[in-house]
Design a protein around this ligand. Sequence first.
Ligand SMILES: *Cc1c(COP(=O)(O)O)cnc(C)c1O
Length: 378
Amino acid sequence: MIPFNVPPYVGKEQDYIKQAIESNRKISGDGFFTGKCNSWFEETFNTPKSLLTTSCTHALEMAAILIDTQPGDEIIVPSYTFVSTVNAFVLRGAKIIFVDVRPDTMNIDETLIEAAISDKTKAIVPVHYAGVACEMDTIMEIAKRHNLYVIEDAAQGVMSTYKGKALGTIGDLGCFSFHETKNYSMGEGGALLIQNEKFMERAEIIREKGTNRSRFIRGQVDKYTWVDIGSSYLPSELNAAYLFAQLEEADMINNQRLNSWDLYYSALMGLEKEGYVRLPVVPEMCEHNAHMFYIKCRDLNERTALIEYLKEKGVQTVFHYIPLHTAEAGLKYGEFYGENIHTTIESERLLRLPLFYGLEEAHILSVVDLLKSFYFKR
Ligand SMILES: *Cc1c(COP(=O)(O)O)cnc(C)c1O
């Protein structure tokens, strides 16, 4: 049996959790380990401010509050994404404008964004699918010209870069995920990266239930009080301790994942040459983090048969994202702008193969062999 995902675990996690409990005597938020994680992101990714959060979903919610999303505002996103990308803005009354994806990367097609902008547009939310960067130069240039915010959903993009810049640090705000299915984990968790300095102070307030508690702790005010809307977006030290153990080994985890990805890629090139499957595309100037390895089947029926075949042989594979504009809530809260040429068709072809830290080479080769027997022996 080869599972689709196993949560990452490098070995030091328990020591650090124990340290939080027994030595630091601090298990709520914003203690030693939360600070270590935030500094690590700020230094490693060269960004002015990181705030660890309870999830990427919550980092996105903070971003929606920070840009002052109002009822009727429009937010431009790809339709091929996770619900959290859009829920954060719908919760504030925004209308979602869905745009088609590029078939090569499954990222928002940057050439379609400008036409979808109206006088109600507030922000563009690019999603770096599979940890492969969106065409950020174009997106940032459009946003600048139209005075829009850019919020990167970099849930899958931790340790990836675009033209040398870390994903999540290019837009005004960037959101990471440390869910157990992501490259680095704390069970449930995320981070908000703040590039636009005007958001820094308010972000701390929103994250601390709308209070100025962070300023109080730093001695900048002599009592703390309710100053804004907000919620409880800071994670427990226990979760931060788990994450920090992995950040210390981030290069090792990243390299191992890239090796797995490269092995899948080279072993499946033959199937692509024969026209059976399509392999992922990583544009030049993008360094990816091997968040996922997917293949594209010829159509939905073939994918369904392949999933069933692999399941019988003990290999767990998954697909995801029913295009949001076709979903029940998507019809209610959003609208597809332009023509859906690629989103539905490409999403029906995509199949994710097992990929996680610790996946054995032999298992990758077994998956490859099964794929070959599926295609060659039919
Ligand atoms: C995983 C994911 C999220 C949500 O992350 P959580 O930390 O589970 O809230 C949001 N967007 C994308 C693209 C994701 O892959």
